[in-house]
Write a protein that binds this ligand. Structure first.
Ligand SMILES: [Fe+2]
Ligand SMILES: [Fe+2]
Length: 388
Protein backbone atom coordinates (compact mmCIF):
# COMPACT_ATOMS: atom_id res chain seq x y z
CA UNK A 1 0.00 0.00 0.00
CA UNK A 2 2.86 2.40 0.48
CA UNK A 3 3.79 2.66 -3.22
CA UNK A 4 0.61 4.42 -4.36
CA UNK A 5 0.89 6.92 -1.49
CA UNK A 6 4.58 7.54 -2.16
CA UNK A 7 3.78 8.04 -5.83
CA UNK A 8 0.95 10.53 -5.20
CA UNK A 9 3.04 12.51 -2.71
CA UNK A 10 5.87 12.69 -5.23
CA UNK A 11 3.39 13.65 -7.96
CA UNK A 12 2.11 16.48 -5.76
CA UNK A 13 5.65 17.67 -5.12
CA UNK A 14 6.39 17.63 -8.84
CA UNK A 15 3.24 19.67 -9.53
CA UNK A 16 4.20 22.14 -6.78
CA UNK A 17 7.70 22.47 -8.22
CA UNK A 18 6.25 23.06 -11.67
CA UNK A 19 4.07 25.89 -10.38
CA UNK A 20 7.16 27.53 -8.85
CA UNK A 21 9.85 26.97 -11.42
CA UNK A 22 10.32 26.74 -15.15
CA UNK A 23 9.99 23.15 -16.27
CA UNK A 24 13.70 23.02 -17.20
CA UNK A 25 14.79 24.28 -13.78
CA UNK A 26 16.91 21.64 -11.96
CA UNK A 27 14.56 21.64 -8.93
CA UNK A 28 11.67 20.90 -11.20
CA UNK A 29 13.51 18.18 -13.08
CA UNK A 30 14.56 16.58 -9.78
CA UNK A 31 10.98 16.50 -8.51
CA UNK A 32 9.88 15.03 -11.84
CA UNK A 33 12.62 12.36 -11.66
CA UNK A 34 11.54 11.34 -8.19
CA UNK A 35 7.85 11.16 -9.13
CA UNK A 36 8.65 9.24 -12.30
CA UNK A 37 10.77 6.76 -10.35
CA UNK A 38 7.91 6.27 -7.88
CA UNK A 39 5.60 5.53 -10.79
CA UNK A 40 8.03 2.98 -12.21
CA UNK A 41 8.23 1.30 -8.79
CA UNK A 42 4.47 1.29 -8.46
CA UNK A 43 4.00 -0.16 -11.94
CA UNK A 44 6.49 -2.93 -11.23
CA UNK A 45 3.94 -4.22 -8.73
CA UNK A 46 0.76 -2.98 -10.36
CA UNK A 47 1.20 -2.44 -14.10
CA UNK A 48 -2.18 -0.68 -14.49
CA UNK A 49 -2.73 1.54 -11.47
CA UNK A 50 -5.92 3.58 -11.37
CA UNK A 51 -6.57 6.55 -9.09
CA UNK A 52 -9.86 8.34 -8.48
CA UNK A 53 -10.02 11.83 -6.97
CA UNK A 54 -13.38 12.82 -5.53
CA UNK A 55 -13.04 15.98 -3.48
CA UNK A 56 -11.20 14.92 -0.34
CA UNK A 57 -11.47 11.24 -1.06
CA UNK A 58 -8.83 9.44 -3.05
CA UNK A 59 -9.21 5.89 -4.26
CA UNK A 60 -6.47 3.56 -5.45
CA UNK A 61 -8.41 1.01 -7.49
CA UNK A 62 -11.39 0.57 -5.19
CA UNK A 63 -9.51 1.22 -1.96
CA UNK A 64 -9.71 4.61 -0.26
CA UNK A 65 -6.29 6.06 0.59
CA UNK A 66 -7.18 7.52 3.96
CA UNK A 67 -3.61 8.54 4.68
CA UNK A 68 -4.01 11.14 1.94
CA UNK A 69 -7.16 12.74 3.37
CA UNK A 70 -5.75 16.23 3.32
CA UNK A 71 -3.63 15.88 0.20
CA UNK A 72 -4.19 19.26 -1.43
CA UNK A 73 -3.81 18.05 -5.02
CA UNK A 74 -6.81 15.66 -4.90
CA UNK A 75 -9.50 18.37 -5.01
CA UNK A 76 -7.39 20.38 -7.47
CA UNK A 77 -7.09 17.50 -9.91
CA UNK A 78 -10.79 16.68 -9.55
CA UNK A 79 -11.68 20.33 -10.01
CA UNK A 80 -9.66 20.43 -13.20
CA UNK A 81 -11.59 17.53 -14.69
CA UNK A 82 -9.06 14.86 -13.72
CA UNK A 83 -11.17 12.68 -11.49
CA UNK A 84 -9.80 9.47 -12.74
CA UNK A 85 -6.21 8.79 -13.66
CA UNK A 86 -5.27 5.48 -15.19
CA UNK A 87 -1.95 4.15 -16.44
CA UNK A 88 -2.55 1.52 -19.08
CA UNK A 89 0.99 0.27 -19.43
CA UNK A 90 4.56 1.39 -18.85
CA UNK A 91 4.95 5.15 -19.20
CA UNK A 92 8.07 6.88 -20.47
CA UNK A 93 9.55 9.96 -18.85
CA UNK A 94 8.36 12.30 -21.62
CA UNK A 95 4.80 11.04 -21.48
CA UNK A 96 4.82 11.51 -17.73
CA UNK A 97 6.17 15.05 -17.91
CA UNK A 98 3.71 15.87 -20.69
CA UNK A 99 0.84 14.65 -18.55
CA UNK A 100 1.93 16.74 -15.55
CA UNK A 101 2.28 19.86 -17.68
CA UNK A 102 -1.16 19.25 -19.14
CA UNK A 103 -2.67 18.64 -15.70
CA UNK A 104 -1.13 21.84 -14.38
CA UNK A 105 -2.48 23.82 -17.32
CA UNK A 106 -5.94 22.59 -16.44
CA UNK A 107 -5.52 23.25 -12.72
CA UNK A 108 -4.33 26.82 -13.08
CA UNK A 109 -6.68 27.43 -16.00
CA UNK A 110 -3.91 29.01 -18.02
CA UNK A 111 -1.99 28.05 -21.05
CA UNK A 112 1.66 27.72 -20.08
CA UNK A 113 4.28 27.48 -22.76
CA UNK A 114 5.68 24.25 -21.38
CA UNK A 115 2.34 22.57 -21.72
CA UNK A 116 2.01 22.25 -25.45
CA UNK A 117 -0.13 19.33 -26.36
CA UNK A 118 2.39 16.62 -25.82
CA UNK A 119 -0.31 14.33 -24.62
CA UNK A 120 -0.71 12.13 -27.65
CA UNK A 121 -3.44 9.67 -28.46
CA UNK A 122 -0.99 6.85 -27.90
CA UNK A 123 -0.08 7.95 -24.38
CA UNK A 124 -0.75 5.21 -21.83
CA UNK A 125 -1.96 7.86 -19.37
CA UNK A 126 -5.71 8.24 -19.44
CA UNK A 127 -7.66 10.76 -17.45
CA UNK A 128 -11.10 12.32 -17.34
CA UNK A 129 -14.33 12.49 -15.43
CA UNK A 130 -15.80 9.58 -13.61
CA UNK A 131 -18.89 7.72 -14.81
CA UNK A 132 -21.25 8.61 -12.05
CA UNK A 133 -23.68 5.74 -12.00
CA UNK A 134 -21.18 2.94 -12.35
CA UNK A 135 -20.42 0.80 -9.38
CA UNK A 136 -16.80 1.06 -10.26
CA UNK A 137 -15.56 4.33 -11.63
CA UNK A 138 -15.32 4.30 -15.41
CA UNK A 139 -13.92 6.97 -17.62
CA UNK A 140 -16.79 8.45 -19.61
CA UNK A 141 -14.89 11.14 -21.39
CA UNK A 142 -11.30 11.70 -22.23
CA UNK A 143 -10.02 15.10 -21.33
CA UNK A 144 -11.08 17.12 -24.36
CA UNK A 145 -8.49 18.17 -26.91
CA UNK A 146 -8.81 21.89 -27.76
CA UNK A 147 -10.80 21.35 -30.95
CA UNK A 148 -13.28 18.94 -29.43
CA UNK A 149 -16.90 19.59 -30.18
CA UNK A 150 -18.43 20.25 -26.84
CA UNK A 151 -21.24 18.13 -25.65
CA UNK A 152 -22.74 18.16 -22.21
CA UNK A 153 -24.89 15.07 -22.69
CA UNK A 154 -23.20 13.19 -19.87
CA UNK A 155 -23.65 16.16 -17.56
CA UNK A 156 -27.30 16.55 -18.60
CA UNK A 157 -27.85 12.84 -17.92
CA UNK A 158 -26.31 13.23 -14.49
CA UNK A 159 -28.44 16.24 -13.63
CA UNK A 160 -31.56 14.37 -14.76
CA UNK A 161 -30.50 11.53 -12.49
CA UNK A 162 -29.79 13.99 -9.64
CA UNK A 163 -33.29 15.39 -9.92
CA UNK A 164 -34.70 11.84 -9.89
CA UNK A 165 -32.69 11.01 -6.79
CA UNK A 166 -33.99 14.09 -5.03
CA UNK A 167 -37.61 13.50 -5.98
CA UNK A 168 -37.72 9.75 -5.35
CA UNK A 169 -35.26 9.24 -2.51
CA UNK A 170 -34.94 12.77 -1.15
CA UNK A 171 -31.19 12.28 -1.33
CA UNK A 172 -28.85 14.96 -2.58
CA UNK A 173 -25.78 13.42 -4.22
CA UNK A 174 -23.23 16.12 -3.56
CA UNK A 175 -20.15 14.44 -5.03
CA UNK A 176 -21.94 13.98 -8.35
CA UNK A 177 -23.16 17.58 -8.35
CA UNK A 178 -19.63 18.79 -7.69
CA UNK A 179 -18.36 16.56 -10.48
CA UNK A 180 -20.87 18.10 -12.90
CA UNK A 181 -19.84 21.60 -11.89
CA UNK A 182 -16.14 20.72 -12.21
CA UNK A 183 -16.84 19.38 -15.65
CA UNK A 184 -18.75 22.55 -16.63
CA UNK A 185 -15.75 24.52 -15.39
CA UNK A 186 -13.48 22.48 -17.64
CA UNK A 187 -15.83 23.01 -20.60
CA UNK A 188 -15.75 26.78 -19.94
CA UNK A 189 -11.97 26.77 -19.97
CA UNK A 190 -11.79 24.23 -22.74
CA UNK A 191 -9.85 26.52 -24.99
CA UNK A 192 -7.36 29.18 -24.14
CA UNK A 193 -10.24 31.54 -23.59
CA UNK A 194 -13.50 31.39 -21.75
CA UNK A 195 -16.44 29.73 -23.46
CA UNK A 196 -20.05 29.82 -22.42
CA UNK A 197 -21.31 26.32 -23.10
CA UNK A 198 -25.07 26.79 -22.91
CA UNK A 199 -27.66 24.17 -23.61
CA UNK A 200 -30.59 24.78 -25.90
CA UNK A 201 -33.94 23.48 -24.93
CA UNK A 202 -35.55 21.01 -27.31
CA UNK A 203 -38.24 19.63 -25.14
CA UNK A 204 -40.17 21.30 -22.32
CA UNK A 205 -39.62 18.26 -20.14
CA UNK A 206 -35.93 18.99 -20.23
CA UNK A 207 -36.32 22.53 -18.95
CA UNK A 208 -35.37 21.69 -15.38
CA UNK A 209 -32.15 20.00 -16.47
CA UNK A 210 -31.20 22.50 -19.15
CA UNK A 211 -31.97 25.46 -16.94
CA UNK A 212 -30.01 24.06 -13.96
CA UNK A 213 -26.92 23.52 -16.12
CA UNK A 214 -27.16 26.90 -17.83
CA UNK A 215 -27.63 28.80 -14.58
CA UNK A 216 -24.65 26.92 -13.15
CA UNK A 217 -22.43 27.82 -16.13
CA UNK A 218 -23.58 31.46 -16.19
CA UNK A 219 -23.13 31.86 -12.43
CA UNK A 220 -19.60 30.44 -12.55
CA UNK A 221 -18.74 32.64 -15.50
CA UNK A 222 -20.14 35.73 -13.78
CA UNK A 223 -18.39 34.88 -10.52
CA UNK A 224 -15.09 34.66 -12.39
CA UNK A 225 -15.90 37.82 -14.30
CA UNK A 226 -16.41 39.80 -11.09
CA UNK A 227 -13.17 38.47 -9.65
CA UNK A 228 -14.15 35.54 -7.42
CA UNK A 229 -11.56 32.82 -6.91
CA UNK A 230 -11.93 29.47 -8.69
CA UNK A 231 -13.13 27.61 -5.56
CA UNK A 232 -15.69 30.36 -4.88
CA UNK A 233 -16.85 30.24 -8.48
CA UNK A 234 -17.31 26.47 -8.21
CA UNK A 235 -19.26 26.77 -4.95
CA UNK A 236 -21.49 29.36 -6.65
CA UNK A 237 -21.81 26.96 -9.60
CA UNK A 238 -23.11 24.24 -7.27
CA UNK A 239 -25.57 26.75 -5.80
CA UNK A 240 -26.65 27.63 -9.35
CA UNK A 241 -27.12 23.96 -10.18
CA UNK A 242 -29.41 23.48 -7.15
CA UNK A 243 -31.22 26.84 -7.10
CA UNK A 244 -34.53 25.38 -8.35
CA UNK A 245 -34.18 21.95 -6.75
CA UNK A 246 -37.41 22.60 -4.83
CA UNK A 247 -39.24 22.30 -8.17
CA UNK A 248 -38.89 18.52 -8.09
CA UNK A 249 -41.89 18.63 -5.74
CA UNK A 250 -44.10 20.60 -8.13
CA UNK A 251 -46.51 18.57 -10.30
CA UNK A 252 -45.60 18.64 -14.02
CA UNK A 253 -49.01 20.11 -14.97
CA UNK A 254 -48.32 23.15 -12.83
CA UNK A 255 -44.67 23.40 -13.81
CA UNK A 256 -45.33 23.39 -17.55
CA UNK A 257 -48.77 24.99 -17.56
CA UNK A 258 -49.34 27.12 -20.64
CA UNK A 259 -52.02 29.38 -19.18
CA UNK A 260 -52.11 31.66 -16.20
CA UNK A 261 -51.59 29.99 -12.85
CA UNK A 262 -54.38 30.02 -10.28
CA UNK A 263 -53.47 31.63 -6.94
CA UNK A 264 -53.07 28.15 -5.40
CA UNK A 265 -50.80 27.04 -8.24
CA UNK A 266 -48.81 30.25 -7.90
CA UNK A 267 -48.38 29.50 -4.22
CA UNK A 268 -47.12 25.97 -4.98
CA UNK A 269 -44.77 27.38 -7.59
CA UNK A 270 -43.34 30.10 -5.34
CA UNK A 271 -42.82 27.61 -2.57
CA UNK A 272 -39.99 25.95 -4.53
CA UNK A 273 -37.64 28.40 -2.84
CA UNK A 274 -38.45 27.39 0.73
CA UNK A 275 -38.83 23.74 -0.27
CA UNK A 276 -35.47 23.76 -2.07
CA UNK A 277 -33.65 25.29 0.89
CA UNK A 278 -35.19 22.66 3.15
CA UNK A 279 -34.19 19.75 0.89
CA UNK A 280 -30.62 21.00 0.66
CA UNK A 281 -30.10 21.74 4.32
CA UNK A 282 -31.67 18.48 5.47
CA UNK A 283 -29.34 16.50 3.25
CA UNK A 284 -26.09 18.34 3.26
CA UNK A 285 -25.06 20.78 5.95
CA UNK A 286 -21.98 21.66 3.93
CA UNK A 287 -24.24 23.20 1.34
CA UNK A 288 -25.57 26.01 3.51
CA UNK A 289 -24.70 28.56 0.84
CA UNK A 290 -26.64 26.62 -1.81
CA UNK A 291 -29.58 26.45 0.62
CA UNK A 292 -29.44 30.23 1.08
CA UNK A 293 -29.41 30.70 -2.70
CA UNK A 294 -32.37 28.35 -3.16
CA UNK A 295 -34.23 30.43 -0.58
CA UNK A 296 -33.23 33.87 -1.82
CA UNK A 297 -32.94 33.69 -5.61
CA UNK A 298 -36.35 35.26 -6.26
CA UNK A 299 -35.97 38.07 -3.73
CA UNK A 300 -35.53 41.42 -5.41
CA UNK A 301 -33.11 44.08 -4.32
CA UNK A 302 -36.01 46.29 -3.19
CA UNK A 303 -37.50 43.47 -1.11
CA UNK A 304 -40.09 42.45 -3.72
CA UNK A 305 -40.37 38.95 -5.11
CA UNK A 306 -40.68 35.93 -2.85
CA UNK A 307 -40.51 34.62 -0.20
CA UNK A 308 -41.18 37.79 1.77
CA UNK A 309 -38.55 38.49 4.38
CA UNK A 310 -39.94 39.53 7.74
CA UNK A 311 -36.98 41.83 8.24
CA UNK A 312 -35.42 43.42 5.19
CA UNK A 313 -31.81 42.41 4.79
CA UNK A 314 -29.27 42.14 2.06
CA UNK A 315 -29.21 38.84 0.18
CA UNK A 316 -26.05 36.75 -0.16
CA UNK A 317 -23.74 37.70 -3.03
CA UNK A 318 -24.28 34.23 -4.55
CA UNK A 319 -28.07 34.74 -4.52
CA UNK A 320 -27.68 38.04 -6.35
CA UNK A 321 -25.47 36.44 -9.01
CA UNK A 322 -27.83 33.48 -9.43
CA UNK A 323 -30.85 35.80 -9.58
CA UNK A 324 -29.52 37.65 -12.63
CA UNK A 325 -28.35 34.46 -14.38
CA UNK A 326 -31.66 32.76 -13.60
CA UNK A 327 -33.75 35.53 -15.16
CA UNK A 328 -31.45 35.72 -18.18
CA UNK A 329 -31.66 32.00 -18.92
CA UNK A 330 -35.42 31.84 -18.27
CA UNK A 331 -36.16 34.73 -20.65
CA UNK A 332 -33.80 33.37 -23.33
CA UNK A 333 -35.73 30.10 -23.42
CA UNK A 334 -39.02 29.19 -25.12
CA UNK A 335 -41.60 28.42 -22.48
CA UNK A 336 -45.11 27.02 -22.95
CA UNK A 337 -46.52 30.46 -22.08
CA UNK A 338 -43.97 32.68 -23.82
CA UNK A 339 -41.52 32.75 -26.73
CA UNK A 340 -37.83 33.17 -25.97
CA UNK A 341 -36.66 36.78 -25.97
CA UNK A 342 -33.71 37.86 -28.08
CA UNK A 343 -30.55 38.42 -26.07
CA UNK A 344 -30.53 42.22 -26.49
CA UNK A 345 -34.08 42.50 -25.20
CA UNK A 346 -33.14 40.50 -22.10
CA UNK A 347 -30.05 42.62 -21.53
CA UNK A 348 -32.08 45.85 -21.73
CA UNK A 349 -34.56 44.35 -19.29
CA UNK A 350 -31.76 43.56 -16.84
CA UNK A 351 -30.44 47.10 -17.15
CA UNK A 352 -33.88 48.58 -16.72
CA UNK A 353 -34.42 46.60 -13.51
CA UNK A 354 -30.92 47.23 -12.17
CA UNK A 355 -31.32 48.99 -8.85
CA UNK A 356 -34.85 47.74 -8.15
CA UNK A 357 -34.94 44.03 -8.93
CA UNK A 358 -31.23 43.38 -9.44
CA UNK A 359 -28.12 44.54 -7.68
CA UNK A 360 -27.00 47.29 -10.10
CA UNK A 361 -23.31 46.41 -10.12
CA UNK A 362 -23.96 42.72 -10.65
CA UNK A 363 -26.52 43.39 -13.40
CA UNK A 364 -24.08 45.73 -15.18
CA UNK A 365 -21.26 43.22 -14.90
CA UNK A 366 -23.52 40.51 -16.28
CA UNK A 367 -24.54 42.65 -19.26
CA UNK A 368 -20.89 43.48 -19.98
CA UNK A 369 -19.90 39.84 -19.66
CA UNK A 370 -22.59 38.64 -22.06
CA UNK A 371 -21.72 41.34 -24.60
CA UNK A 372 -18.07 40.36 -24.35
CA UNK A 373 -18.51 36.63 -24.22
CA UNK A 374 -21.68 36.00 -26.16
CA UNK A 375 -19.76 35.62 -29.42
CA UNK A 376 -18.13 32.68 -27.66
CA UNK A 377 -21.32 31.13 -26.44
CA UNK A 378 -21.52 27.57 -27.66
CA UNK A 379 -25.07 26.45 -28.23
CA UNK A 380 -25.36 22.83 -27.27
CA UNK A 381 -28.20 20.44 -27.61
CA UNK A 382 -28.89 17.61 -25.26
CA UNK A 383 -29.95 14.25 -26.53
CA UNK A 384 -33.63 13.63 -27.01
CA UNK A 385 -35.39 13.12 -23.72
CA UNK A 386 -35.39 9.50 -22.82
CA UNK A 387 -38.55 7.56 -22.35
CA UNK A 388 -39.68 7.95 -18.75
FE1 LIG B 1 -36.49 29.60 -9.07
FE1 LIG C 1 -34.59 29.19 -11.99
Amino acid sequence: MSEPIRFLNALGQALSAMTLYEERHPACQRALDVAYQELVDLQSRDPQPVFTFLGDEILYGNRPLRELKSWEWGPRLAGAGIQRLAFEHAVNRDEFEGFLADALTRIVGLSVSTAEARQTRSSPIRFGMVGLREERPEVVAEAPPPDMTLSLSAEADTVRWLHDEVSTRMALPLAEAEAVVASLGVAMHGEQRILLPLLQLKDFDQYTTTHALNVSVLTMALAEYVGCTAPEARAFGVAGLFHDIGKVKIPKEVLNKAGKLTPEERQIMNNHTVEGARIIIENEEDLDMAAVVAYEHHIMLDGGGYPTLKFRRDCHQASKLVHVCDVYDALRTNRPYREAWPSEKVLSYLQEKAGTEFDPEIAQSFVRMIREWEPRAVALETEEARAG
